[in-house]
Design a protein around this ligand. Structure first.
Ligand code: CDP
Length: 232
């Protein structure tokens, strides 16, 4: 069996990671795209539905042990299911945005999610995006990237993304900006696996770049990895 290759793309919210990682995976034959943040969001939704609070250590552990999580790969994207139901738009509500970093800061949650993410190499080579992929989940990743953009640009992007998807009382650009900054603060300040630039990663500031330009920069570097061939 050919060993799985991992391309790790880390960075803060709305830095362009998701779109870039998805497109990079599309351009690399046999690679599967993994959104690790969606798993933290999924744990958060399921915990909130079960009435589990982040402060309840032992309850959180029992809840994680019992979580009926499954994965499938569709169109080279890893899709998560809980109890046979596919995770969807409920992962991106305001309530989840407000709570996900609190659950993601918990050691038992991180331990579990990191284990699940490592297990995904059974599907083959991966382009995985997140906060700690190049540092903790796959420190030996073949290629590591850290994508960033100015806070103002990230807030503008996330606000644009949300337009048309959420109710008009979402609070507008200012509230999106505050919510992202709060999440960045928690993600960067937590004791376990804080968001930081992984050793050996290429840092890309996407503030003045288009998505296509960032994709090309990433692919240029990935193509240097011996044994990897891109289909364009
Ligand atoms: O889409 P966005 O960049 O806003 O966030 P996400 O990638 O869906 O991640 C949601 C949250 O999950 C982050 O704010 C982190 O708290 C957590 N997360 C993490 O701790 N480690 C990861 N590898 C991925 C996400």
């Amino acid at each position: 069996m050919i060993p799985a290759v991992v391309v790790a793309i880390d960075g803060p919210s709305a830095s362009g990671k998701s779109t870039v990682a998805r497109r990079v995976a599309e351009r690399l034959p046999d690679f599967v795209y993994v959104d690790s943040g969606a798993l933290y969001r999924l744990v958060t939704v399921a915990a909130m539905q079960a009435g589990v609070a982040p402060e309840d250590g032992p309850v959180v552990r029992r809840f994680l042990d019992a979580l009926p999580l499954e994965y499938i790969v569709r169109d080279r994207v890893v899709v998560y299911r809980v109890g046979g139901r596919e995770a969807g738009p409920e992962l991106r509500t305001q309530a989840v945005n407000e709570n996900v970093s609190l659950f993601a800061a918990l050691a038992p949650v991180r331990e579990r999610v990191v284990g699940w993410l490592r297990g995904l190499t059974r599907f083959g080579s991966l382009v995985m995006e997140g906060r700690d992929i190049g540092e903790v989940v796959f420190p030996g990743a073949a290629c590591k990237f850290y994508l960033n953009a100015s806070p103002e640009e990230r807030a503008r992007r996330r606000h644009r993304e949300l337009e048309g998807r959420v109710a008009p009382d979402d609070g507008g650009l200012r509230q999106v900006d505050e919510s992202l900054r709060r999440r960045d603060r928690i993600d960067s300040g937590r004791a376990v696996a804080p968001l930081r630039i992984p050793a050996g990663s290429a840092v890309i500031d996407s503030t003045g770049l288009t998505i296509d330009q960032v994709v090309e920069v990433v692919l240029l570097q990935v193509r240097q990895v011996p044994g990897l061939v891109s289909n364009g």
